[in-house]
Design a protein around this ligand. Structure first.
Ligand code: GDP
Ligand code: MG
Length: 593
């Protein structure tokens, strides 16, 4: 193909601003699909993605318009997948910036636009939903110029829903986004942009050819992974699969190479010719590292094998999620899993329960702590509070910090500031953008992983938006807080907390457990402790004998029912210092954060 006739672009948009709808329209207008085939949104192909309105896996579609080949790269729409986004952007020369004409610029949009600008993209602003009565395209243009610093005078006004401005968008892509460059005669260099498991094709790899040509039948080498494979299919999506014989320089498409697991295909890896390899891989490769960890346990211990199988299957398609077996005295056998972020955690959890029909208990999410041991005994990474070493052997503990940018309407600003303050936040900046406050805070990630996002949304009635990036590790006065029931520590409930909030968290947990653990024939102390020191305590009063007598006396069928119920309940009880704790109590204690 003639390089000057190729355009590679992505679409940047805040959730709900119309990215998928616009993509569908572009596909339809260029003849990829008929009206009837359009009935379901093409680019969001997983149920969860559709329901949450986010894109998890990047997809790409090849369009044809006025003698040009346009490759539309769909990018994941969430901060948890920032690295994947960066690779998708690196595969393009430009982007459409879709902004809702009634909502204006949002924090999420900003992060992606800045990334796009860093990749030297030509950005074409598209003001979408101009059909809405509340649309204010002129105000939104100003906002784009003021907030992002982009010239919005020639923004395309569109309504993806009503089909207004679609030709103009396609023309703008050809006229304003530059053609790709690259040396067709150099050794092959293709970037691995994304990969997924397909039951028929095996692992499908999305690539952008940066130099040389990628051919069917070619022996290729993954430069980071060091593995070689034989290319058995080359093609593109229109959005239906079309097989090709090769992908030339500047082109985007897919290959298959008889690969069984996506774990073998690292996003950002460089694919080269095994016989005539390139000198150096493409820049920007990063190994993905999970940042949030939690335990996943089956509610019913008999489901453990099913959980193991399901987790293995999920991993086939998601290399960024990690797991290893874990045993907990409270919860039995399960897995310690690592995720890119909270949303990623929720997605996996939801898929396990929905697609694999598993009832799960999730332990409190935890970040990765770095521990420096005393006497030069080295460093270790702590993924599980239960593995915390003896405090006397610890020189220093560090925790990951993030920089968060929050957009919020003025009336909710006060409560948002208080929330950030309560979470040990350090305010860095506060400005106003188009009638909304933009607050920048540095926050410890461990204060965010719990329920920060939910709190933010509930405090602001859904109006606040939030975006973050990691800014490295900082030392902190962090301690392990244990929960003891009748003198025995309950591993599933221990957590790492900052000393300044330990007492209030401890009291909170004790109060909650007091209501969740049923009374016994003896008094049960519930304590929160740091090391040997108790920082909070509640007591569950003893049951009086005559109460049980009364309860079980009388009606024989009622009595039998009660006994059966008890037996049923017994299976799900765990014993701590001769206290029976029902499984539901753990679940409730953990769910409430
Ligand atoms: P995404 O999250 O950016 O992919 O957004 P979607 O394409 O899923 O759109 C979000 C919602 O906005 C859906 O309910 C769409 O039907 C609606 N929508 C998208 N484009 C338009 C438009 O031009 N006008 C109106 N009125 N609604 C639109
Ligand atoms: Mg979408």
């Amino acid at each position: 193909t003639d390089l000057s006739k190729i355009r590679n672009f992505s679409i940047i948009a805040h959730i709900d601003h119309g990215k998928s709808t616009l993509a569908d329209r572009l596909i339809q207008r260029t003849g990829g699909l008929t009206e009837r085939e359009m009935s379901a949104q093409v680019l969001d192909n997983m149920d969860i993605e559709r329901e949450r309105g986010i894109t998890i896996k990047a997809q790409t579609v090849r369009l044809e318009w006025k003698g040009h080949v346009l490759n539309l790269m769909d990018t994941p729409g969430h901060v948890d997948f920032a690295y994947e986004v960066s690779r998708s952007l690196a595969a393009c020369e430009g982007a459409l910036l879709v902004v809702d004409a009634a909502q204006g610029v949002e924090a999420q949009t900003l992060a992606n636009v800045y990334q796009s600008i860093e990749h030297d993209h030509e950005i074409v602003p598209v003001i979408n939903k101009i059909d809405l009565p509340a649309a204010e395209p002129e105000r939104v243009k100003e906002e784009i110029e003021e907030v992002i610093g982009l010239d919005a005078s020639n923004a395309v006004l569109a309504s993806a829903k009503s089909g207004i401005g679609i030709d103009e968008v396609l023309d703008a892509i050809i006229e304003r986004i530059p053609a790709p460059g690259g040396d067709a005669d150099a050794p092959l260099k293709a970037m691995l942009v994304d990969s997924w498991y397909d039951p028929y094709l095996g692992v499908v790899i999305l690539v952008r050819v940066m130099a040389g040509t990628l051919k069917k039948g070619q022996q290729i080498k993954f430069m980071q992974a060091g593995t070689t494979h034989l290319v058995d299919r080359v093609g593109c999506f229109r959005p239906k699969i079309e097989q090709l014989t090769e992908l030339g320089v500047g082109e985007i498409g897919f290959i298959t190479a008889q690969i069984k697991e996506v774990a073998q295909t690292a996003v950002g890896d460089t694919i080269t010719d095994a016989k005539k390899p390139a000198d150096a891989p493409l820049p920007g490769f990063q190994e993905v590292q999970p940042v949030v960890f939690c335990g996943l346990f089956p509610v019913d211990a008999n489901d453990f094998d099913k959980l193991r199988e399901s987790i293995h299957k999920l991993r086939l398609n998601d290399a960024s999620f990690s797991f290893e077996m874990e045993t907990s005295a409270a919860l039995g056998f399960g897995f310690r899993c690592g995720f890119l972020g909270l949303l990623h955690l929720e997605i996996i959890q939801e898929r396990l329960s929905r697609e694999y029909d598993l009832d799960l208990i999730t332990t409190a999410p935890s970040v990765v702590y770095e521990i420096e041991l005393t006497h030069g005994n080295g460093q270790l990474e702590l993924h599980n509070p239960a593995d915390m070493p003896d405090p006397n052997t610890i020189e220093e503990i560090s925790e990951p910090w993030i920089q968060a940018v929050i957009y919020v309407p003025d009336e909710y600003l006060g409560s948002i500031l208080k929330l950030c303050q309560d979470r040990r936040g350090i305010q860095k900046n506060l400005t106003y953008v188009g009638g909304r406050a933009q607050v920048t805070y540095e926050l410890p990630l461990n204060e965010v992983v719990f329920d920060f996002y939910d709190r933010l949304k509930s405090i602001s009635r859904g109006y606040a938006s939030f975006d973050y990036e990691q800014i490295g590790y900082r030392a902190g006065d962090l301690v392990k807080m244990s929960i003891l029931v009748n003198g025995e520590p309950v591993d599933a409930l221990s957590m790492i907390v900052h000393r300044s909030v330990a007492e209030s968290r401890g009291r909170h947990m004790c109060e909650r457990l007091k209501d969740l653990i049923p009374r016994h024939l003896f008094k049960i102390p519930i304590q929160a402790a740091i090391g040997g020191k108790v920082i909070a305590r509640e007591t569950i009063a003893a049951l009086r004998k005559d109460v049980t007598a009364k309860c079980y006396g009388g009606d024989i069928t009622r009595k039998r029912k009660l006994l059966e119920k008890q037996k049923e309940g017994k299976k799900r009880m765990r014993e701590y210092g001769s206290v029976q704790i029902p499984q539901e109590a753990f679940i409730a204690a953990l769910r409430m954060g």
